[in-house]
Design a binder for this molecule. Sequence first.
Ligand code: ZN
Length: 200
Amino acid sequence: MPSHLKICQVGSPVLRQSARALSIDEIRSARIQHLIEQMRDTMHDAPGVGLAAPQIGETLQLVVIEDRADMLADVDPALLTERDRNPVPFQVIINPQLTITDTTPVTFFEGCLSVAGMHALVPRAAAVTVECLNERGDPVTIRARGWHARILQHEIDHLHGTLCTDIMEPRSLTTTDNYFRYWNYKNIDEIAEILDLQKT
Ligand code: ZN
């Protein structure tokens, strides 16, 4: 039976704390295995493509991500291509070390389950490598580009107490309603011109 956790909203002090690493024994414990299941259910229910443990009040270096093909089926294929967004299978990321492998800045609108109802343009590096442990405590290397790299940067920032609003283009902040009304279908050059981003 799915069990959904409460997602902490911006202003909760826990979102500003640094998360601690998990030991192999902890990873394999019933408590953490159950927490991973709960985080997966909570992410699906939200719905979201990633969830970090601090967002549910646990200052642990634990992230779940998944970009499901059935969620992408409703998105304009041109937007998926522009954003280099492809399905990502369910991944559990523990004690991650993130290395930027392509510093080219890529700017798109992002949302965060802890900043509910808002979107903003957020610059991210084009590609990253993440060294981490998986849900069994085995070492894993994830090499990612495009939207997958964006999700990893967003979620791993949560483990360091950083929110996407810390690094957003301030002039781009929008309610999610207005994001879908005015911005979702525009390409990034058009958006930058309308918002006059040179002013930031
Ligand atoms: Zn977030």
